[in-house]
Design a protein. Structure first.
Length: 195
């Protein structure tokens, strides 16, 4: 497996991975699958500030993960929301774990202080995945979304990053300033190897 930075040229493969989650599940509350152009725009909009990674096997994109803004207000700038999706036929192969490993290590280096995963319930696999990564349930929103003919609870899982909450935190480093950092190659290589 290879983990690397996502580019606009990955948009078609990412859209294909995401489409069945949108059409067939409540894992995401998005109701219309975005096309490759929309995914390319999302990548461009994200990677200035936050990382977006893909995992490849034999040259094919088999999963992706990215971080994004949790809320619009400036005081939230030290926390992020995470997303990870793996080709449904490749789940259980360690792809999601490799992507989360790279994502969390990068976010720590950038200076973010918390990461949130949002899980539509019931989803025991995603709950177990987040708990294995040290996330703890921080909130439960009962019947917060309606999709596929039923109401769904949403749980927010939180994991601290870095060394707690300093009284005067430095601004997070934009991802654009990290793209060429030598440590990023090390993070991606270690994640792909499961180290």
């Amino acid at each position: 497996m290879n983990c690397r930075l996502a580019t606009r040229s990955d948009a078609e493969a990412i859209a294909a991975i995401y489409r069945p989650y949108v059409e067939e599940t409540a894992i995401t509350f998005e109701e219309t699958p975005p096309d490759a152009d929309e995914i390319a725009a999302r990548i461009t909009d994200t990677v200035e500030t936050y990382p977006w990674f893909v995992a490849e096997r034999k040259g094919a994109v088999v999963g992706y993960a990215y971080a994004g803004k949790l809320r619009k207000r400036a005081a939230y700038r030290w926390v992020v929301e995470l997303s990870v999706y793996v080709d449904r036929e490749r789940r259980g192969e360690g792809i999601g774990s490799a992507l989360y490993d790279a994502l969390l290590a990068t976010l720590e280096r950038q200076g973010f202080r918390s990461a949130y995963g949002v899980v539509t319930l019931p989803n025991p696999g995603s709950v177990a995945f987040h708990e294995a990564w040290g996330f703890e349930q921080a909130a439960l929103l009962p019947e917060a979304g309606y999709k596929l003919g039923e109401w769904h609870d949403v749980a927010w899982y939180e994991r601290g990053l870095g060394d707690g909450r300093p009284d005067d935190p430095a601004e997070p480093t934009p991802f654009s300033a990290c793209r060429d950092a030598p440590w990023l190659d090390d993070v991606l290589t270690a994640a792909a190897k499961g180290e």
